[in-house]
Each structure stands twice: as structure tokens, then as C-alpha cells.
Design a protein around this ligand. Structure first.
Ligand SMILES: C[S@@+](CC[C@H](N)C(=O)[O-])C[C@H]1O[C@@H](n2cnc3c(N)ncnc32)[C@H](O)[C@@H]1O
Length: 395
């Protein structure tokens, strides 16, 4: 199917949904009771997202926020409240019917929020060619839209272009656990249903990295549908456009504290626990991002750590049999690869089957924020205990 056809069909689908008020897409966890206090019903009833990217404490007062595929405007209006009257929100959508509803209600929302005028502007445009100036956006949000765009890499590059240095994104979208097969890719109905265009989580995250973003990690993950054996998930991801250095930093070394025994960052640099690694100013800025910084000592001189040092962290598996119960651990990032103390090598976005002992390890403080644990066992799974080999390599 040609790209223009996909875009046209998706737009018609959403125009039709908006004019009939049809329910579409995925579960979200909005506090509708609260949103109703300032957002009109006409907007709320055409909320077609799969997450709540503006409602995750990601929006800060005074910021400029861009919502890609803003639809009826639900997330723009929540962002409008959160940025306050000094902030600004831009919603981009390709579908006129959506834009009309959103623009009409912007005035009502501004009045309800007590603003002198609306701080939300809705612009017509495509996600892969956004009518937004370079480097002007603090926070990019989007809710269940990028899967609908035929050329995601172009969208990711556009996001990077419009983000301010130091800017970030929080995006909710649908991903699949395997490459969506061609017979689904060419199913027009399933494009509009947010299925045909879904990337795998790994491709999604790697696409963002290729566009220039760093520190990309999952902040929410929930199973959605299984179609022909393909699992579709609703995810929320965040990541950063790292600013260039403004002042010279004295940091020259990074020592991994643990609990991971080895990590690989998005620049391909490998860190071994306890071993100081010489780093560049770019590395230093990357490791200072949230989600990285707690794992490292960033120092001017090399500081080795051993397991007697209180800063060293390790979580060893219990000395007990493994029980396989259908658990999979999915590395949420931001590291692209990570190893624990029990022979597992995790890759960002890829589920790895783990036994009960590893599930317990990954539930501890240092590991827990970096993993999603899935259970894929059917009703009949027994969960037999197995004995590890002498070198401990079975699980
Ligand atoms: C699933 S709806 C989500 C709408 C809104 N984000 C929400 O949460 O209610 C998808 C929206 O994205 C718009 N859209 C889809 N593909 C687009 C593209 N390539 N460029 C711009 N807008 C697009 C559609 O017109 C529609 O309004």
C-alpha cells in the first residue's frame, strides 16, 4: 500500500470517528472525573489514546509542549493546565475534523482554567513534516499516533529537530512483540486500529536513538491485545536531547557501582562494576541523566570499587532451586545491554525468560525500575523446580 494511501485512509478513519463519537483504540487511565471539570465532553468522548503522556508528572510550569497527533485535544488541554498561563502548547494533527473540535474547545478550556486567552494552538500538519520551528520545544508528547505514521524514522528525526537542546519526549504508543507480518501491514482497517503500523519495542527505541535522542527508557508498559499470536502492548517511553556542554566539566571517569555487573550505554560504551572507565564530556553528560546517574560514580580521578566498599552494589540470587513459571524480564532501558550476577544478558526492549530466583533479584531496588516482568505461562504451566548445574549456569 503506498504511503499516501495509508495516511489518507487513517485520516478518513479518524475524521469519521470524530464526527460520530465512535469509541476507538485502547485503554487509558485518565482521571476523567477531574478532566471533566475543565475539558468539555465533546473532547473527552473522542479520546483515542493509549496512555496519559501529559498526566505523568512530565509537564512543567512555563514550558512549551508539542503534542503530535493531538486529535480532539485531550492531552493538549491537560498540558495547558500544567504549563500554566505562562506556558504554551502546540497540537499538530492532519485531520480537519479533529482540528475543528480541538480549536473550538480551546476557548472553553481557557475560560474554565481562568486564563486571559488560550495558551493552546492547533496546527494542521503531518507528524513527519511538522510545522514547528527548529529547537523550540521543551517537551514532546504524543498519544497513540506514531504507530499510524508510515515513516516512523522521519517522525523521530522531526521530533529531534524541533526539540530544544535539553528537551525531552514522553510518548505513549502501541508496539508489538515481533515484526508485524506483511498480511497485517497491508490491512487498511488494522492501520486505523493502531495494529498494522506497530514497531517492535526494540525498533522503536533504536529508532529514537538513531534520531539522536538518549536515555530512552520505558516508563509504562501494559499488555493490550493478542492477534494471530502477536502480542501488542501499550507503552510510554521517555528520552532526552542532550544539550551541548556550556561549561568545562572536571568529570573524567565513571565507575559502575552496580547492581548490574556490566552495562552498555547508547553510545556503545561498556562499563564493568567497580572498574573506573575514562569518559568524554559527552559520556559524562549522558551518565548524568536521570536513570543513569544512580548507577555511577562520576569523578575527576579514577576510583576503583571492590565488594567491601559500601558504594558497591550486588544482588545475588537465593541459594534455592529455580522454578520456571513463565516469567520474562524485559529491560526497560536506558542501557542497551546489561548483565546481572547470574549469567543473564538483557537487551533493551527484548523479553528474556527468567526463573523464580531471578524474578526475586529483579524485584530489588536497584534493578526494579529497569525491568518489566511479564508472565506468558498458560493455564497448564506447572512450574517445576530444577536443580542448577554446579557452575550455576542453568538460570
Ligand atoms: C489514535 S488518535 C489519537 C488522538 C489523540 N492523541 C488522543 O489521545 O485522543 C490519532 C490521531 O493522530 C492523527 N494522525 C494520525 N497519523 C498522523 C500523521 N501522520 N500526522 C499527523 N496526525 C496524524 C489522527 O488524525 C488522529 O487525530
Amino acid at each position: 500500500m503506498p504511503i499516501e494511501d495509508i495516511t489518507q485512509k487513517v485520516s478518513e478513519r479518524y475524521a469519521n470517528a470524530a464526527s460520530t463519537g465512535e469509541q476507538m483504540c485502547c485503554p487509558t487511565s485518565y482521571d476523567m472525573g477531574y478532566l471533566k471539570t475543565f475539558i468539555p465532553e465533546e473532547v473527552l468522548k473522542i479520546s483515542y489514546g493509549c496512555g496519559t503522556p501529559a498526566g505523568l508528572k512530565t509537564v512543567r510550569a512555563g514550558e512549551t509542549v508539542l503534542d503530535i497527533g493531538s486529535g480532539g485535544g485531550i492531552d493538549c488541554f491537560e498540558a495547558s493546565r500544567l504549563v500554566g498561563p505562562t506556558g504554551r502548547v502546540i497540537g499538530i494533527d492532519m485531520t480537519d475534523t479533529m482540528l475543528e473540535i480541538a480549536r473550538k474547545n480551546a476557548v472553553v478550556v481557557a475560560t474554565n482554567l481562568g486564563y486571559p486567552s488560550s495558551n493552546v494552538e492547533f496546527r494542521k500538519g503531518l507528524a513527519d513534516a511538522m510545522p514547528v520551528d527548529d529547537g523550540t520545544i521543551d517537551l514532546i508528547i504524543s498519544n497513540c499516533v506514531i504507530n499510524l505514521a508510515p515513516d516512523k524514522r522521519k517522525v523521530f528525526r522531526e521530533m529531534y529537530r524541533v526539540a530544544k537542546p535539553g528537551g525531552r519526549f514522553t510518548i505513549s504508543d502501541i508496539v508489538a512483540d515481533q515484526t508485524v507480518p506483511q498480511y497485517l501491514v497491508h490491512d487498511t482497517q488494522k492501520w486505523g486500529d493502531c495494529l498494522s503500523g506497530a514497531l517492535t519495542l526494540t525498533d522503536y527505541m533504536n529508532g529514537m536513538t538513531a534520531a539522536g535522542f538518549f536515555g530512552i527508557h520505558l516508563v509504562k508498559f501494559s499488555p493490550w491485545r493478542v492477534i494471530d499470536g502477536i502480542h501488542f502492548f501499550s507503552v510510554t517511553l521517555t528520552g532526552y536531547k542532550i544539550p551541548p556542554a556550556t561549561t568545562a566539566s572536571s568529570v573524567r571517569y565513571a565507575t559502575l557501582r552496580g547492581p548490574f555487573s556490566r552495562l552498555v550505554d547508547e553510545r556503545g560504551m561498556t562499563y564493568y562494576r567497580g572498574t573506573p572507565q575514562s569518559i568524554t564530556p559527552d559520556e559524562s553528560r549522558l551518565l548524568s541523566l536521570p536513570s543513569f546517574s544512580e548507577h555511577f560514580l562520576l569523578t575527576t580521578e579514577p576510583i576503583p570499587l571492590d565488594n567491601h566498599d559500601p558504594r558497591w552494589r550486588a544482588v545475588l540470587p537465593a541459594d534455592a532451586p529455580c522454578t520456571w513459571q513463565g516469567h520474562y524480564a524485559l529491560l526497560a532501558g536506558p542501557f542497551v545491554e546489561a548483565a546481572d550476577d547470574d549469567h543473564h544478558v538483557y537487551r533493551r526492549g527484548e523479553p528474556l525468560e527468567v526463573c523464580s530466583k531471578t524474578v526475586a533479584v529483579l524485584g530489588t531496588d536497584g534493578y526494579q525500575p529497569h525491568f518489566v516482568l511479564l508472565n506468558r505461562a498458560g493455564e497448564g504451566a506447572g512450574g517445576e523446580a530444577v536443580t542448577c548445574s554446579p557452575d550455576g549456569g542453568c538460570c
